[in-house]
Design a protein around this ligand. Structure first.
Ligand SMILES: [Zn+2]
Length: 360
């Protein structure tokens, strides 16, 4: 399976927070028997190269946690209306204006995905005043084409609490090096993590690497709260699909443009990245001529926010693959930015050792 194919599988897999099962399954299948896989009770997946476990412990190598989150933003069914439409709540951060009129899929009690459309009051029935006002989530429903509450529960087998994902199919435009799809935040990070884990030659490295697909990031970094304790790393690298800002920012403010390379964050709302680790990573990118972008963000947050506060503090950096329009149905990214992120992270791992980590 090549990079595009694993991204396609992970992007298409439905996995809102708490329901990451199909993402974890696809990742496990891709890694194969050379890796030990372990799941905890909150659906975090820990990936470790089996053959290296004994080598690593003998050498007592410092441990690097590679983190990416497996969940995506979506919704949960809250109640069923008499008309057969469904009320819902968001899982993760959504701009209400980008929800309405999009297609979704709802998992029913049989495990089957049912097609639906997010609907709001049609323009024909709105007053002139209503037309002017933005519609909030409370004014929207999901319509699956049912005509009664009974039909929803008995024919479509949908109960409240059902997870809902955007109904979007991945596509790749090889001619223009573009990928389109849902959940690039953070399935691009997950795909990069799997590729890095698969390709690195651990025997040649002075660090032991544990890959973690953390759950429920979109609900407040919940999975990482647990996974960092189990991993207990010496340093961590968080791989993210980061929001691209090049379509609405002026040139001076662009810190996540498409085709401009992976982004390294100095800070966001959740963390101030370890400055010495950031410098180490930037030096490596410059030495290897890997394009990169630096960001100082007043908003946003990643699992680095909880990982860096573990124990005596874990020096942590976040590398982000720029994605246009994350937290909406459709993301746009480039394979070049993805490949450069994998390349950069591999070089960082290759150059890390105990002395350097102590210096952080
Ligand atoms: Zn994310």
């Amino acid at each position: 399976m090549n990079s595009v194919e694993i991204i396609e599988q992970l992007s298409n897999a439905p996995g809102v927070s708490g329901f990451e099962d199909e993402v974890i399954h696809a990742a496990g299948k891709y890694m194969g028997p050379a890796f030990s896989l372990e799941e905890d009770r909150i659906r975090n997946l820990f990936i470790h190269r089996t053959a290296c476990e004994c080598i690593a412990s003998q050498k007592n190598l410092p441990k690097v946690m590679l983190d990416a989150h497996s969940d995506e933003v979506g919704f949960m069914i809250q109640s069923v209306n008499t008309s057969g439409t469904l009320k819902f709540l968001p899982l993760g951060g959504w701009n209400p204006q980008s929800i309405s009129a999009h297609a979704v899929k709802i998992r029913n009690t049989k495990g089957k995905w049912i097609k639906g459309v997010v609907a709001s009051k049609p323009t024909h029935f709105m007053t002139p005043d209503e037309i002017k006002k933005p519609v909030n989530i409370a004014g929207m429903v999901i319509d699956i084409g049912a005509t009664s509450k009974k039909e929803v529960t008995e024919k479509f087998n949908i109960r409240i609490g059902a997870p809902v994902v955007p109904d979007v199919v991945f596509s790749y435009d090889s001619e223009n090096d573009l990928i389109f799809g849902k959940a690039f935040d953070d399935r691009l990070g997950c795909a990069a993590l799997l590729e890095i884990m698969k390709s690195h030659v651990q025997n040649d490295m002075a660090v032991d690497v544990v890959g973690v697909l953390s759950s429920q990031e979109e609900l407040g970094l919940r999975g990482a709260n647990i996974s960092v304790k189990k991993t207990n790393p010496d340093v961590a690298i968080v791989l993210e699909g980061t929001p691209a800002d090049d379509t609405f920012n002026t040139n001076d403010f662009i810190q996540a443009g498409l085709r401009k390379g992976p982004q390294i964050r100095h800070m966001d709302k959740s963390v101030l990245a370890n400055p010495r680790f950031v410098k180490f990573a930037i030096d490596i990118a410059e030495k290897n001529k890997i394009p990169f972008q630096e960001a100082v963000r007043s908003s946003g947050g990643t699992n680095a926010g909880v990982i860096n506060l573990h124990d005596r503090s874990v020096p942590t950096i976040t590398l982000g693959i720029p994605v246009r329009y994350i937290h909406s149905h459709h993301g746009i990214a480039t394979m070049t930015d993805f490949t450069n992120t994998v390349k950069w992270c591999k070089q960082i791992l290759k150059n890390l050792n105990r002395d350097i980590i102590e210096g952080f």
